[in-house]
Design a protein around this ligand. Structure first.
Ligand SMILES: CC(C)(COP(=O)(O)OP(=O)(O)OC[C@H]1O[C@@H](n2cnc3c(N)ncnc32)[C@H](O)[C@@H]1OP(=O)(O)O)[C@@H](O)C(=O)NCCC(=O)NCCS
Length: 170
């Protein structure tokens, strides 16, 4: 990680890592699909520890799951201090990619050969991840539709904010 990748605090900018992860996800997905792939969504981006200038970053990727035209690529990011050899895990994120044909439309991808029990575990975990994500999406959409901000101002009582306008009486 070179100094040009650092943020104002001197640590590596999260966007640099995200950009590297996106490229690696593309490489893994397009190699499996044998087609051009695009990023559709990214889950689990939590930077657990900062990456320092000078550290050697490695990205480990695997195609964990395939649907009809989509692929889920898991990416683990590790950063090594080359002087001490100490390695830290900075994050693991999941990129959903979709294969596209020459007309730019989603195109089917080959099935996945699960070569080890670990592959099988990852595939099953991806199915669960998909189900939980869909459930969350439905529940959140439902809660958001029912949430009337003006009627629920008491929800802000313990929050660290204040209104900079006069609310309309309900
Ligand atoms: C992703 C995209 C191809 C979906 O197009 P669509 O016409 O809705 O296609 P489909 O409904 O057939 O979905 C295609 C696949 O994407 C998956 N998908 C669509 N939206 C998704 C989302 N938000 N999260 C996860 N998967 C998603 C579908 O489940 C489907 O997977 P499957 O074939 O394995 O079952 C389209 O929205 C797109 O091109 N987006 C722009 C992507 C891009 O350019 N990314 C670069 C960064 S800007």
């Amino acid at each position: 990680m070179i100094p040009a990748y650092a943020n104002f605090g001197g640590k590596i900018h999260g966007g640099i890592l995200l950009s590297l992860m996106d490229k690696v996800a593309y490489a893994a997905a397009s190699k499996h699909a044998g087609a051009y792939c695009v990023t559709v969504s990214v889950d689990g981006v939590n930077f657990l520890q900062p990456v320092e200038v000078g550290e050697l970053v490695s990205l480990l990727a695997s195609v964990n799951y395939v649907g009809r035209t989509s692929l889920l690529v898991g990416i683990k990011v590790i950063a090594e201090d080359v002087r001490t050899g100490s390695v830290k895990h900075t994050n693991t994120s999941y990129f959903t990619m979709v294969a596209k044909n020459d007309e730019g439309r989603p195109t089917p991808v080959p099935g996945l050969l699960l070569e080890t029990p670990e592959d099988t575990r990852r595939f099953m975990e991806a199915i669960k991840r998909r189900e939980v994500k869909e459930q969350y999406r439905l529940e959140f959409d439902n809660a958001r539709t029912r949430l009337d901000a003006e009627q629920n101002l008491h929800l802000l009582d313990k929050e660290r904010c204040r209104l900079g306008y006069v609310p309309t009486p309900g």
